[in-house]
Design a protein around this ligand. Structure first.
Ligand code: ZN
Length: 167
């Protein structure tokens, strides 16, 4: 994990999620479980992708049931990232609720951090590297679609991860 955000996650939490980052696709539900988070697919207002809220001593993540599976996966990773990085805010405010643009009323920096860690959780460097190299060497639409589907990520997310080689 190359990114700065991952290094900020506590050692104990990193150790409990690292085994799951070696799997393809990454079992985000298991990661949430390992962290003691409850995950519910809920009827949220249109325009809200998800939220994480304090429920007693623990936290509950809600995902908007009307969004696509890939989208729900990214939102789940984003909310897990808020838990890992922004517990202080969650303790203070009780919840972070994200719009479809992953805005929450928190400073934009907070949302960028959550998005970067979310991308690393759904597409861990060590796992996806060989797939990216293959696409960079010989790009075809079919191969690109296959990789997105194997990792259960949106094509937009994979395109960002693949970087400017894709053109
Ligand atoms: Zn957020």
């Amino acid at each position: 994990m190359a990114r700065a955000e991952f290094a900020r996650v506590s050692l104990r939490e990193r150790q409990s999620i690292e085994p799951y980052l070696k799997q393809k696709p990454v079992p985000l539900g298991r990661i949430a479980q390992a962290l003691g988070l409850q995950v519910l697919v809920s009827s949220l207002p249109a325009g809200v992708s998800g939220k994480i809220e304090k429920t007693g001593d623990n936290f509950t993540i809600r995902l908007n049931r009307n969004e696509s599976r890939e989208r729900q996966r990214f939102t789940l990773a984003h909310e897990i990232a808020h838990f890992l990085l922004h517990k202080d805010i969650l303790q203070r405010t009780g919840e972070i609720e994200d719009t479809v643009l992953y805005r929450s009323g928190q400073p934009q920096r907070i949302e960028f951090e959550a998005n970067r860690l979310a991308a690393d959780l759904i597409m861990p460097d060590e796992g996806i590297e060989s797939d990216l190299r293959r696409l960079q060497t010989r790009f075809t639409e079919e191969a690109f679609d296959a990789v997105a589907s194997e990792w259960q990520v949106s094509k937009a997310a994979l395109e960002i991860k693949l970087g400017p080689v894709y053109s």
